[in-house]
Design a protein around this ligand. Structure first.
Ligand code: NAP
Ligand code: MG
Length: 511
């Protein structure tokens, strides 16, 4: 079956063949409350909010709505849990790793349920949830579990009368604000490195997709993490999210989402306590496809990059520059390839393409598609909504896209592939770089020399060569320019979650 997965976080390129796992029938959602100190609480305000299934637009359940007061309570719990002398702070580092492995075991145990919840809440195809998001989540926990006892400082030589060393200490209370496109995976990307380094956390899932994070709250308790180490506040950005960003007792905040909100987070951090900020924001990611590439592979990879997760990826391949001599054939094959996409019920294993997350995103994408038509791009495929009252949008391909068009400049965050043409290599790189974003890029060519010189010239945090969306927990991920600051994943992420303390010891006597 042509059920392509992408390689989100080190997963097989293709979703394995039958037998597929089956989604579970979810009768009741068990975890819908605020999780503080390993307890389930109702909101201080008494308010709740609904979460919807975007495939049916039917409410799944109501969730407690955390606000500033709940964030304050969570921060108090997190601060107490991480203070010097607390069980978490005193825990030997191997036991810390064992707890993270225990959590990974429990996520594996509940894998089908978590994948089902993720699909219900996001609309992403179930097999993608099961194989990509869950696999990436489990690998993230296990990878960082292996780091707990390998966080080391250095010794430095000054002269014979001093002994100097560095010690890597936890930053303290870490805040995290995450989006709705990969709710469970982003939850793990935030909590795993933070816990590895001995921090405590207050995390807010996106308002559209709180369910998997809350289920993992129950697993955190079951695994035996001390109370207050992880606190989960479902709620809204301008209230709960803003309270995290401006909190005086949060020492670091990690944010994934839009560039606009990223700017608000940095501003709030600056105006409160100058907390450390890492941001993983948007992208307008270029692919450069040279005439000497493996054409079919380039067609498939760039299109998977454009349409994966209904195009709702910060890494979406939204500007594909194709060398003029192969342009027409590339467009023709892209249209053929798109015909294989199966839209439908995300719980059906045959489905490879689900709905957009909500009406706001749907409207934004449809507006951009209209702008593409009006500005003179050629609509090659799709370009319309599906049905009257649904959030499904056809995978859409535009050719003859020009740099000045809105679809070539703005982040679409929907299933829209824009194909542009180029003649000169130098010009292609210049055009690829002429954006405020700098998250990822890709180069397709069989010339290693060309691949290396072009990738060296691309201003992005990641460059993929002859592949796309190839994310692995071992490899740092993050952007340049307005795509963000800092790196997640890999060893590099540890630096974001530790304070380096230098200790300088004067020796009383040199012998
Ligand atoms: P968003 O507003 O940036 O949402 C991301 C997270 O930030 C959510 O948890 C959100 O809470 C929270 N938030 C919103 N306003 C906040 C504030 N003032 N202070 C603190 N936290 C705040 O993104 P969106 O509105 O869902 O999507 C809009 C666009 O953002 C998309 O079209 C796409 O371009 C981009 N986006 C990027 C990513 C990514 O992976 N980099 C992911 C999602 C969206 P709520 O749940 O209340 O919104
Ligand atoms: Mg939902």
């Amino acid at each position: 079956m042509a059920h392509n997965g992408t390689t989100q976080n080190g997963v097989a390129e293709e979703i394995p063949a039958l037998p597929f796992p089956e989604p579970v029938k979810v009768q009741d959602i068990r975890h819908t409350k605020i999780f503080i100190n390993n307890e389930w609480l109702t909101s201080s305000s008494g308010r709740t909010f609904p979460t919807f299934n975007p495939a049916t637009c039917v409410k799944i359940c109501d969730v407690e709505e955390g606000d500033k007061e709940d964030v304050d309570n969570a921060v108090k719990a997190a601060k107490a849990a991480g203070q010097r002398g607390s069980p978490w702070r005193k825990m030997d580092v191997s036991s810390r790793g064992k707890l993270l492995h225990m959590l990974a075991d429990l996520v594996e145990r509940d894998r089908v349920l978590l994948a089902t919840l993720e699909t219900l809440d996001t609309g992403k195809p179930f097999l993608q949830s099961f194989f990509i998001d869950l696999d990436g989540s489990i690998k993230t926990l296990r990878y960082y579990a292996g780091w707990t006892d390998k966080i080391q400082g250095k010794t430095m030589h000054v002269d014979e009368s001093f002994m100097c060393l560095t010690k890597h200490e936890p930053v303290g209370v870490c805040g995290a604000i995450i989006p709705w496109n990969f709710p469970l995976l982003m939850f793990m990307w935030k909590i795993a490195p933070a816990l590895t380094c001995g921090n405590t956390i207050v995390i807010k899932p996106a308002e559209q997709t709180p369910l998997t994070a809350l289920h993992v709250g129950s697993l955190i308790k079951e695994a035996g993490f001390p109370p207050g180490v992880v606190n989960i506040i479902p709620g809204f950005g301008p209230t709960a999210g803003a309270a995290i960003a401006s909190h005086m007792d949060i020492d670091k905040v990690a944010f994934t989402g839009s560039t606009e909100v990223g700017q608000l987070i940095k501003e709030a951090a600056a105006k409160s306590n100058l907390k450390r900020v890492t941001l993983e924001l948007g992208g307008k990611n270029p692919c450069i496809v040279f005439a000497d590439c493996d054409l079919q592979m380039a067609v498939e990879e760039t299109q998977r990059g454009a349409f994966y997760n209904q195009g709702q990826c910060c890494t979406a391949a939204s500007r594909v520059f194709v060398e003029e001599t192969i342009y027409d054939e590339f467009v023709r094959r892209s249209v053929e390839n798109a015909k294989k996409i199966v839209m439908g019920d995300p719980l059906d294993p045959q489905t490879t393409h689900g709905p957009q997350i909500d009406q706001q995103q749907f409207d934004k994408i449809m507006d951009l598609i209209e702008s593409g038509k009006n500005e003179g791009a050629r609509l090659e495929y799709g370009g319309a909504a599906v049905g009257e009252k649904s959030l499904f949008i056809q995978p859409t391909i535009f050719s003859e896209v020009k740099d000045h068009m809105r679809i070539a400049k703005e982040e679409i965050f929907g299933p829209v592939q824009c194909i542009l043409s180029f003649k000169s290599q130098r010009k292609a790189v210049e055009r690829a770089n002429s954006t405020q974003y700098g998250l990822v890029s890709a180069v397709f060519t069989t010339s290693m020399d060309k691949a290396l010189s072009v990738s060296a010239a691309l201003d992005t945090g990641t460059v993929w060569i002859n592949c796309y969306n190839n994310l692995h927990v071992q490899i740092p991920f993050g952007g340049c320019k307005m795509s963000g600051n800092g790196r997640e994943l890999g060893e590099y992420a540890l630096a974001e979650y530790t304070e380096v303390k230098a200790m300088i010891i004067k020796l009383s006597e040199t012998l």
